[in-house]
Design a protein around this ligand. Structure first.
Ligand code: ZN
Length: 456
């Protein structure tokens, strides 16, 4: 059991030292330079006071400013306890006297050391722990830096978009993507298109926060809603959509063309370019080429320099499409020599089939594929159930890519190409909204080529 306690309020240039006895009487209170000579004198003075009885030292720092003191006390076989600064701070409220002075803190440190039994001794560092500390310090710094930068990013993003807090998972190390376009409530209003601005609407209303939305794959959004399917819209004079679904229509692009862009062209772009990665060396077969997506896909593939072959049931409907897109050839699918027609047009096989027909043509489409070909599919007008041999798929290293809609970015691409006149949709006919029934009847007859567009 010690007879004296020495409290050291540690500092960079100097410490304050207070010595008390078993009833807390202050026997010494002095400022000591943080210097070897001065500290050795202090140790000698304390030894004189103690007259051979046990002394316990205590300090509020276990490194930094107290490092020299710790080493000297260890060299003189003195016991040193560590009192964290927050304990000193909390205890200070129970000691007399307002304000905070070094002398008061040193007294508190000594007194707490006298009364408490839960304080940990400070050991002088041995060589191994010094070596380890030096080796790991850089790593610790890196971790601290990373934590700081993540916290800062998190704080910044939450200022812009409070809903991110729930969606973000900070526990996994993954690429952090900073998405542009989010605005504070205040500035968002100023971003709203002015009344009278011509806008197209992306028909996929996404949540903007799920993992797919965060990487720009809003067409795979976990919470997506499609206009006209899950939400009201389309067949109306007015429809409400989030502003992030709006995209300005370039001045030279008509409403009819923009309507085609948002539906058939965006998904065709997604399949043929974004997912299918069409190349100039590809031979592309578009099955159901007189349909809206077929026309768009054929045009987009041709725009990328691919050799485009159109297939469909009606030569008269395919002819204007072939002229419009500059197709390499046309094959009629419901004839007995369909396969021969294709093999003449593409003796080496097909690199990409755009399938919009489904069960009626799936088998033949698959059989035309050359190795490493891609079948891209977004619809099945003739039926959804198909059979196929997995062996045929993997023997030729084939890929099947599908989509139900394009992304907002696909729509942006398509509209900019419309603006430059590099993509032009075929509009078969336009109707006022009051003639929607007539438009549906015409659609069912399938005698038209291109889009039927309703005007609200
Ligand atoms: Zn989403």
């Amino acid at each position: 059991m010690p007879a004296f306690w020495v409290g050291i309020d540690s500092g960079k240039r100097a410490h304050h030292c207070v010595v008390i006895d078993q009833i807390g009487t202050v026997l010494l209170s002095k400022r000591v330079e943080n210097d070897e000579t001065a500290l050795l004198e202090l140790i000698a003075t304390v030894a004189e006071i103690a007259e051979g009885r046990e002394v316990s030292w205590a300090t509020d720092l276990n490194a930094g400013g107290a490092a020299l003191l710790i080493e000297l006390l260890a060299a003189h076989a003195q016991q040193l306890l560590y009192i964290p600064g927050r304990i000193v701070h909390h205890a200070a409220a129970t000691y007399r006297g307002d304000g905070k002075t070094d002398a008061k803190d040193a007294r508190i440190i000594a007194d707490q050391a006298r009364m408490r039994t839960d304080l940990q001794p400070v050991r002088g560092a041995d060589q191994i722990s010094v070596d380890l500390r030096l080796l790991t310090a850089r790593r610790t710094d890196l971790i601290c830096d990373r934590v700081r930068s993540i916290n800062r990013l998190r704080a910044t993003l939450l200022e812009y978009f409070p809903a991110l807090e729930r969606a973000f998972d900070y526990s996994k190390k993954a690429p952090l993507l900073l998405l542009g376009g989010y605005q504070t409530m205040g500035s968002k209003n100023s971003d709203l298109p002015q009344h009278g601005t011509r806008v197209a609407v992306s028909p996929t209303v996404s949540c903007a926060v799920c993992d797919f939305c965060r990487i720009g794959r809003d067409n795979s959004c976990r919470n997506k809603k499609i206009l006209g399917v899950h939400r009201w819209g389309g067949y109306a004079e007015y429809a409400a959509v989030p502003t992030r679904n709006l995209i300005n229509i370039p001045d030279d692009v008509s409403f009819e063309a923009a309507a085609c862009a948002a539906t058939s062209y965006a998904i065709a772009w997604h399949l043929v370019v974004t997912r299918g990665r069409v190349a100039t060396t590809d031979t592309v077969l578009v099955v159901g080429a007189a349909g809206a997506v077929g026309i768009a896909a054929a045009q987009i593939a041709a725009l990328h320099g691919a050799r485009v072959i159109l297939s469909g049931r009606s030569a008269s409907r395919l002819k204007p499409v072939a002229d419009h897109v500059g197709a390499y050839g046309v094959a009629i699918s419901n004839t007995s020599d369909y396969e021969t027609q294709i093999s003449v047009l593409a003796p080496d096989g097909i690199d990409m089939v755009v399938e919009t027909v489904g069960s009626a043509t799936w088998d033949s489409s698959l059989s035309f594929m050359r190795s490493e070909g891609r079948i891209v599919c977004c619809g099945a007008s003739s039926g959804h159930d198909v059979k196929m041999s997995l062996r045929d798929l993997y023997r030729k290293n084939l890929a099947i890519l599908t989509a139900s809609s394009g992304t907002f970015n696909d729509l942006r691409q398509v509209l900019s190409l419309f603006d430059h006149g590099r993509l032009t949709p075929i509009i078969a006919q336009t109707y006022p909204l009051s003639m929607a029934r007539q438009a549906h009847d015409d659609l069912a007859l399938q005698k038209h080529v291109g889009k039927l567009v309703l005007f609200p």
